[in-house]
Structure formats: structure tokens, C-alpha cells
Design a protein around this ligand. Structure first.
Ligand code: SF4
Ligand code: SF4
Length: 178
């Protein structure tokens, strides 16, 4: 969802975001509100699935415009993406922009987070949760909900622990404090 500003930042942002996609695919966020300046009608005409609650238009994550093939993330409406997507720079992009971190260090953080996400997805699948249209946190919560008569297993404990650790990583390394 990042905004690119200079030729240099555009190249490192493009590489990092292509390898990441976590602010579009339901790992970092559940939903994204449209902002002043966004045209819901235009975005809907581009194929975005918008919702409305108490006068606020928003879309759910994973975003329907996001794709991740061969480990390269893309946005189908990049040049016309919503305002929030343009303005969002995660902590890793900000750190590289301000030269607090190198691109290689940021890429390593992205790889580590994505590895954690992949492991969590494997555990979710083993627990029978297969709805890919929900955010990762919702999928984990669903996978951890015991059905009547079902007992909690070591796999539930591992998933619970892995998700707590992932959320700590996402808060520390990617999300901005509100
Ligand atoms: S979380 Fe950061 S690096 Fe990842 S896609 Fe979003 S802006 Fe790019
Ligand atoms: S519109 Fe594009 S940039 Fe915004 S969340 Fe969806 S895929 Fe990401």
C-alpha cells in the first residue's frame, strides 16, 4: 500500500513491497477505510468490493485487487489505488527511507515475517480452516474455536503461540502506532 516519492525510494519500495504484500493480503489489517478524495463509484467500477458501515466506505482484507504469484505481490489497480494505500508506509519502508536500516535488513524482516505467516497457514490448514477470504487473525481465531466435543490439542497451542509471536513482530516491525 506504500506511496513512492523519489526514484531511489521507488526502487527499494517496489522491491520490498513486491516481496511482502502484508498490508494488502490480510496479515497486517482486517479492513481499510476509504478516505476523502477516494471515489467509491470509481473504485467499484475497477472491481473493488466495497462495503459501507455507518456512512464509512471500506474494503476488507485480503484485498480483492492483491495478487501474489511466484512470490511477487502486485496490485491490479496500482495507479488508481485508494488514498490510504498511497499514503501507507510501514516501519520497514520508513526505516530504509530514513537510512536507519538497509534494504537488505528490511528484506530479512519481511522474509522472517512471511516465513512465520507460512507456518501459521500450514497449521491453520491442518486444523481445517480453509476460508482464504478472511484476514489471517480471523482465520486463526476460527481455527482455534473448538467445536462441540472437540478438545484442544498441542497443535492449537502451537498455533496460538505462533500467532502471538507474529503479532508482536508485526507491531514492532511493520505497523505504525495509531
Ligand atoms: S507492509 Fe510495508 S513492505 Fe510490506 S507491502 Fe506493505 S508497505 Fe510494502
Ligand atoms: S488496492 Fe492495491 S494497494 Fe490497496 S490494499 Fe488493495 S492491493 Fe493493496
Amino acid at each position: 500500500m506504500n506511496e513512492v516519492t523519489t526514484a531511489d525510494s521507488s526502487s527499494h519500495s517496489a522491491r520490498l513491497c513486491a516481496a511482502c504484500g502484508m498490508c494488502c493480503d490480510g496479515v497486517l489489517f482486517h479492513s481499510v477505510n476509504l478516505q476523502k478524495g477516494d471515489s467509491p463509484r470509481h473504485l467499484a467500477s475497477l472491481g473493488m468490493k466495497l462495503r459501507r458501515n455507518k456512512g464509512v466506505e471500506f474494503f476488507l482484507q485480503p484485498c480483492s485487487m492483491h495478487s501474489d504469484s511466484h512470490s511477487s505481490c502486485t496490485c491490479a489497480i496500482y495507479d488508481q489505488r485508494p488514498m490510504r494505500c498511497r499514503l501507507f508506509n510501514c516501519k520497514q519502508l520508513l526505516a530504509v527511507d530514513s537510512r536507519v536500516a538497509t534494504e537488505a535488513a528490511a528484506m530479512e524482516k519481511i522474509r522472517d515475517a512471511r516465513k512465520r505467516v507460512a507456518e501459521i497457514n500450514e497449521q491453520i490448514n491442518q486444523l481445517g480452516e480453509s476460508n482464504l477470504n478472511r484476514s489471517l487473525a480471523h482465520r486463526v481465531a476460527h481455527a482455534l474455536t473448538l467445536q462441540k466435543g472437540e478438545e484442544r490439542t498441542p497443535l492449537h497451542d502451537r498455533l496460538d503461540g505462533a500467532m502471538i509471536e507474529l503479532e508482536e513482530v508485526l507491531d514492532k516491525e511493520f505497523r505504525l502506532s495509531s
